[in-house]
Design a binder for this molecule. Structure first.
Ligand code: ARG
Length: 457
């Protein structure tokens, strides 16, 4: 077999089964660029300490750039014994620059190296994910603006509750995704703590300038304790939680739209591009994109809970269990990135049936407004609630709409009802009455759009 980084004290060979079981190259190769950036910075830090000459540092730098080019060009050839990305890059570097490559790892361990690579890699991905979140908010805001005049039934317990603007519904999700983006932004400084220079666990014996390294690699601080630096994977746990919560928001939006796209509701129709048919029933058009979004939420929870199980029982500093931290992190990045893009596309291409939404508004959804009418005449709300309830019952008994009751009928319930009660039976008016900040009136929905647009720019 190939010569191992750690082979000095070994005389027996590794079981090939164990070799396969132990390797992580097939997934951690994804961090090849981060690994090389970290090494290039580390070589400079060694040179600053006089461990490498300027020539040696430049040789390593050029060699590492050559390795990076091979990865970029797809010509990097894996060899048996390339246990992980750190091993593979160092092996290849040695082939390119010769024995000076053996100086690169001075004072460094794969323990501080891998923690650094993961954080570097994640910082890049976070930027991309923040971009996808913004695009999704943008898609929701754009739709909300275009569809501003569309009213629909608002639901609690999935029962018709009060009329709202369709835009108001869309924006509720936009604000969730805005919060998600803000949470990710606040998370960045916790990822941007540099572990490099922690050694295997005890620290770096060559006094490498860790603050300088942090600056060089775009980190905002250094981990303040080498045991913590090599042990810590809280940033993975927290990341997986953020992904899970974002997926909850996507899943709930998907669930709403699945319901609204059923024939019984008929409020929205998915674009063909995001639906599929049935192999048996020719008429079917299924909202598969939305169902996948809802389903993938469970998958990301799995990434989070699986990782937490691995993480919980580890004694201090590095344990090989920690190699299991990468796949859930990668999977969550891939799943979330795909989900955010699909969600934005579904929203942008959705057809809505405004007249079906309007037709689904029923008189009883104005029962609250009827109670409020009496409130404005000075009747205490608790009483008006009861009176309006009696009006609902009266209409139900007569199999008519509450709005069909005459003023004389209403007067039997309370003497304060007058002819102007007719104005209550107007959905627009009901909606536009709710004009305190955050309400569903046209003015306050436009205000929400402005708030989000400002944030987007
Ligand atoms: N492939 C390993 C991982 O992903 C790198 C760190 C190995 N360190 C060690 N002491 N064996 O965790």
């Amino acid at each position: 077999g190939a010569k191992k980084l750690w082979g000095g004290r070994f005389s027996g060979a590794t079981d090939p089964l164990m070799e396969a079981f132990n390797e992580s190259i097939h997934f951690d190769r994804r961090m090849h660029a981060a690994d090389i950036r970290g090494s290039q910075a580390y070589a400079k830090a060694l040179q600053k300490q006089g461990i490498l000459t300027a020539d040696e540092q430049q040789t390593l730098d050029r060699g590492l750039s050559a390795v990076l080019e091979e990865w970029a060009a797809g010509t990097f050839e894996l060899r048996p014994g390339d246990e992980d990305i750190h091993t593979a890059n160092e092996r290849r570097l040695g082939e390119i620059v010769g024995s000076v490559a053996g100086k690169l790892h001075t004072g460094r361990s794969r323990n501080d190296q891998v923690a650094t690579d993961m954080r570097l890699w994640l910082l890049d991905e976070l930027k991309q994910m923040l971009g996808f979140l913004r695009e999704l908010v943008g898609a929701l805001v754009h739709r909300a603006e275009t569809d501003i005049d569309v009213l629909m039934p608002g639901y609690t317990h999935l029962q018709r509750a009060q009329p709202i603007r369709w835009s108001h519904f869309l924006l509720s999700y936009a604000f969730w995704f805005q919060q998600d983006a803000q949470r990710l932004e606040q998370f960045v400084p916790r990822v941007a703590q540099l572990p490099l220079g922690s050694g295997a666990l005890a620290g770096n014996p060559f006094q490498v300038d860790r603050e300088w390294l942090a600056q060089e690699l775009g980190f905002s601080s250094v981990t303040p304790n080498s045991l913590y630096g090599t042990s810590d994977r809280d940033f993975v746990a927290e990341f997986l939680f953020h992904c899970s919560l974002i997926m909850v928001h996507i899943s709930r939006l998907a669930e709403d739209l699945i319901i609204y796209s059923s024939a019984e509701f008929g409020f929205v129709q998915l674009a063909d591009a995001y639906s599929t048919g049935s192999s048996l029933m020719p008429q079917k058009k299924n909202p598969d994109s939305l169902e996948l979004l809802r389903g993938k939420c469970g998958r990301v929870f799995g990434d989070m809970s699986g990782f937490m199980m691995t993480y919980k029982g580890l004694p201090s500093t590095y344990n090989k269990d920690m190699q299991e931290d990468k796949e859930p992190m990668f999977d969550a990045v891939d799943t979330l990135s795909g989900s955010l893009q699909i969600t934005a596309a579904v929203i942008a291409t959705l057809k809505i049936n405004a007249s079906k939404m309007q037709k689904s508004l029923t008189g009883d959804m104005l029962a609250t407004d009827l109670a409020e009418y009496l409130v404005r005449k000075g009747v205490p709300f608790r009483q008006t609630h009861h009176i309006s309830g009696a009006a609902v019952k009266m209409a139900e008994d007569r199999s008519c709409q509450i709005s069909d009751l005459s003023v004389a009928d209403l007067k039997t319930l309370h003497e304060s009802f007058e002819d102007d009660v007719a104005a209550v039976w107007n959905f627009e008016r009901s909606v536009d009455n709710r004009c305190s900040v955050g309400g569903t009136s046209r003015v306050t929905v436009m205000g929400q759009i402005e708030t989000l647009k400002k944030w987007l720019n």
